[in-house]
Design a protein around this ligand. Structure first.
Ligand SMILES: Cc1cn([C@H]2C[C@H](O)[C@@H](COP(=O)(O)O)O2)c(=O)[nH]c1=O
Length: 211
């Protein structure tokens, strides 16, 4: 199960809430967040690029896309082990993040060349597992920006990165996410209003017992 959305949408809070609701229903859960900062050389290069320690590393959209993809390829055994040993593997961002942010940066849409490339690299070539369900935690970009700003002001470790500081990028990214969800890209999507409070138990019931 994958959680997707803008920076500041509230994905971490939703991950925690869903984990608790799944535990309450007697299910075992393992969680993983991408990029895996501090756990993979690819993710650390991404962090340095997003915080401008390597000047123009972020300039190449395909180069950055490949770093994100390699971080996930390295994590594939961990995801597969989680699927074998737990009822639910909860991923805070996955392949669709790469599609949405990269397409937004290139001003493309969900049916564009970059989104096709992400699928080809990550799913077809790297053989990453397809998600069974993708949750789009949808909030107006202005609300997400405000939350990211607040987080950055109270926690030095969460200083805004290059993508978070670009309001136009976030707006385009929100539009690509909507298109990906409407096209059922990779698998079925569940759109959740992140501006209102989320009923975690009800969402779990909807996802784990569909219909
Ligand atoms: C996981 C992932 C994140 N991103 C972006 C979304 C965020 O703006 C940024 C860092 O992610 P984070 O803020 O959730 O840690 O990287 C991608 O562009 N592609 C990806 O595959």
């Amino acid at each position: 199960m994958v959680i997707e959305g803008l920076d500041g949408a509230g994905k971490r809070t939703l991950t925690d809430g869903l984990t608790k609701a799944l535990h309450d229903q007697g299910r075992t859960v393992t969680t993983l967040a991408f990029p895996r900062y501090g756990r993979s050389v690819h993710a650390d290069l991404i962090h340095e690029g997003l915080h401008r320690r390597h000047g123009d590393l972020t300039d190449s959209v395909y180069g950055m896309g490949l770093l994100y993809a390699l971080d996930r390829r390295e994590a594939a055994p961990e995801i597969r082990a989680g699927l074998d040993t737990h009822d639910v593997v909860l991923l805070d961002r996955y392949v669709a993040s790469n599609a949405a942010y990269g397409a937004a940066r290139l001003r493309q849409h969900a049916d564009g060349e970059f989104v096709r490339w992400v699928r080809e690299i990550e799913i077809d070539r790297f053989g990453l597992p397809l998600p069974d369900a993708q949750i789009l935690l949808r909030v107006p970009p202005a609300v997400a920006a405000q939350r990211a700003e607040q987080r950055a002001s109270t926690d030095a470790a969460r200083a805004k990165d290059a993508f978070e500081s670009d309001d136009d990028l976030q707006s385009r990214c929100a539009a690509v996410y909507d298109e990906l969800a409407a096209a059922s890209w990779l698998s079925g999507w569940h759109v959740v209003d992140g501006a209102a409070g989320v009923d975690h138990a009800a969402l779990v019931t909807r996802l784990v017992h569909p219909g």
